[in-house]
Design a protein around this ligand. Structure first.
Ligand SMILES: Cc1cc2nc3c(=O)[nH]c(=O)nc-3n(C[C@H](O)[C@H](O)[C@H](O)COP(=O)(O)O)c2cc1C
Length: 174
């Protein structure tokens, strides 16, 4: 599959089989994230890999909605940025997260982004605080998202070529 096809076939997957992800595949995904571009080359992200089922369940409850699929993932990767090192930590973390998603798709894995930054529980508690309590990461790190990974239990259609929003593209003419 070339990159053009991969981009079309990658879709968010929230239902996974019980098949484990091999250490080699996981390493390939993390390697790709560690090669992602960052502002000023700071590479100030941190990735926490979780495959422990009880912890996956706890992580899946860090939001009222949108995080439940993490409970059924084989692995979740919590993507954090260091606010003290770079003001572009959100962009850097997001790019690394998406890079992992494309690498996962290339390996036949499904993935989905669970957003954490600026997400709050009904009682006002930030989802990031919940993850910090669960995983024990320091104050300088903030979670951008959690990427849930696993072998897809459902088949998703590729992106529909006819529904691309070409109207959102304009060409500057001098
Ligand atoms: C910044 C961002 C935040 C997202 N947050 C969530 C989320 O919290 N929960 C979830 O299930 N999906 C989340 N998604 C996945 C989107 O819902 C999904 O990418 C979108 O519906 C398009 O579908 P596709 O990925 O299959 O093309 C997020 C995606 C992005 C890029």
């Amino acid at each position: 599959m070339d990159f053009k096809e991969l981009v079309q076939k990658r879709r968010s997957v929230r239902k996974f089989t019980d098949q484990e992800i091999s250490p080699e595949a996981l390493q390939t995904i993390l390697r790709s994230a560690l090669m992602a571009p960052t502002s000023k080359g700071t590479r100030a992200w941190h990735f926490i890999v979780v495959d422990d089922k009880p912890m996956l369940e706890k992580i899946s409850m860090c939001r009222e909605l949108g995080s439940q699929f993490v409970a059924g993932a084989a692995v979740a990767i919590v993507v954090l940025g260091d606010r003290e090192v770079t003001d572009a930590w959100t962009e850097d973390a997001a790019i690394a997260a998406v890079t992992m998603q494309y690498q996962a798709a290339d390996l036949g894995l499904g993935s989905c982004w669970c957003h954490i930054r600026n997400r709050f529980m009904e009682n006002g508690e930030p989802s990031d605080n919940i993850l910090r309590f669960l995983l024990g990461y320091p104050e300088n790190l903030t979670a951008e998202c959690v990427i849930g990974l696993g072998y897809p239990a459902i088949e998703r259609k590729p992106q529909d070529e006819d529904k691309l929003k070409w109207e959102n593209v304009s060409i500057y003419k001098p």
